[in-house]
Design a protein around this ligand. Structure first.
Ligand SMILES: [Zn+2]
Length: 371
């Protein structure tokens, strides 16, 4: 039987059908008002590892998240699939919904957030003395359970990524007074707060539900990687994607997507790690991309996800990967793909990465398998 969230069930969950005309204040208060969300709120504490400036947040409630992903936890005693909470409508209220050629895509609130709205107000930057605060969204790619980037119509994927871009734009550029000014981190753009966008697929890499989704965190706290990209810019006077585009030799290029390019970084830490870099390095956010650039990204997202589904079983691995969007002036704009192809050992924890493949062979294998 086809598993999906029905329109009827979704209608009961709709709090707002489109966030375009909502103020960010209203969006934030919808998180504070959501029943149950406060039960799973993170501790209002942030610590920084002074050695590498890693940000550490604490939320013991996340250990109670439901899981439905293959292997250990997704089958019941009879070996049947556990029901998907999203298809069953057991989720938070919806803030944005858009039709696709089959079903719809929607954005709601993460029930197990890494950030929670502040009760005492203010717009203080997260850091040694600052408290972390923010909001944490989920974007469900499709109401149909097994539709995701790899198997949906490219026009539908454009709708999904465009809604993501609109949310990014709304939060970053219309949150003055609610979030700290982040213009000094963002090339003097009139931005407030920081946005962190990821996709997890597979239980080994933090994916708890199989129903395809993206996570969007908007907070007063810069992530460690955003900080590192910014630091790279200060030290080298160019963004990191510019360096990648200039220094990557031809044999590490996997595919050219006109406005962006898929490549294996010369410092590949794990087999088949790859990066999609937007060629116009003045771009810093998804919402700054034109339609041609967005289409180029969508084609690559679809191809890479298909590629991992294809090659990971060939090397004896269950498909599992993290996808990270790197934004801000130090990044330019690039998307990093990290398939779970090799465990992380003690030397890696010391910063000595031993990769079980070489970048040139990995790029060749990926070139020959990409659609
Ligand atoms: Zn589902």
């Amino acid at each position: 039987m086809k598993r999906e969230l029905s329109e009827k069930m979704a209608a009961e969950l709709i709090q707002y059908s489109c966030f375009d005309s909502l103020s960010v204040e209203k969006i934030i208060s919808s998180f504070s008002d959501e029943q149950n969300l406060s039960k799973f709120a993170p501790d209002p504490v942030l610590r920084i590892d002074p050695r590498d400036k890693s940000i550490v947040l604490f939320n013991s409630a996340r250990a109670k998240r439901p899981h439905d992903i293959a292997s250990i936890q997704n089958t019941d005693a009879k070996g049947e699939n556990k029901p998907c909470p999203i298809c069953e409508g057991d989720t938070t209220r919806i803030l944005d919904i858009a039709d696709l050629s089959q079903g719809f895509t929607f954005i709601n609130k993460n029930l197990f957030p890494i950030f929670y709205p502040s009760f005492d107000g203010g717009a203080e930057e997260g850091g040694k003395s600052g408290k972390p605060y923010g909001i944490h969204f989920l974007q469900w790619t499709s109401s149909v359970h097994d539709h995701d980037w790899h198997n949906m119509d490219i026009k539908d994927l454009m709708i999904v990524i465009t809604r993501l871009a609109k949310l990014e734009q709304k939060l970053l550029f219309h949150s003055s007074g609610l979030m700290p000014d982040s213009g000094h981190w963002n090339n003097q753009k009139k931005t407030s707060g920081f946005i962190s966008i990821i996709k997890n697929y597979g239980r080994q890499v933090g994916g708890s539900l199989q129903h395809g989704h993206q996570q969007i965190a908007f907070s007063n706290t810069i992530s460690g990687q955003q900080y590192n990209n910014w630091k790279y810019l200060q030290e080298n006077h160019q963004c990191f994607s510019k360096r990648l585009l200039e220094k990557t030799p031809e044999n590490l290029i996997i595919k050219d997507y006109k406005s962006s390019i898929l490549l294996v970084p010369y410092f590949m830490k794990r087999p088949y790690n790859c990066i999609l870099a937007v060629k116009d390095t003045s771009r810093q956010f998804i919402s700054e991309l034109n339609d041609g650039e967005l289409l180029s990204i969508c084609q690559a997202l679809s191809d890479v996800m298909n590629l991992f589904f294809d090659i990971m079983p060939k090397i004896g691995k269950e498909p599992a990967f993290n996808i990270l969007v790197h934004n801000g002036p130090g990044a330019g704009l690039y998307i990093e793909f990290l398939p779970y192809t090799q465990e992380t050992g003690g030397y890696e924890q010391l910063g000595l990465w031993v990769c079980q493949a070489d970048p040139a062979s990995a790029a060749e294998f990926m070139r020959s398998n990409i659609s």
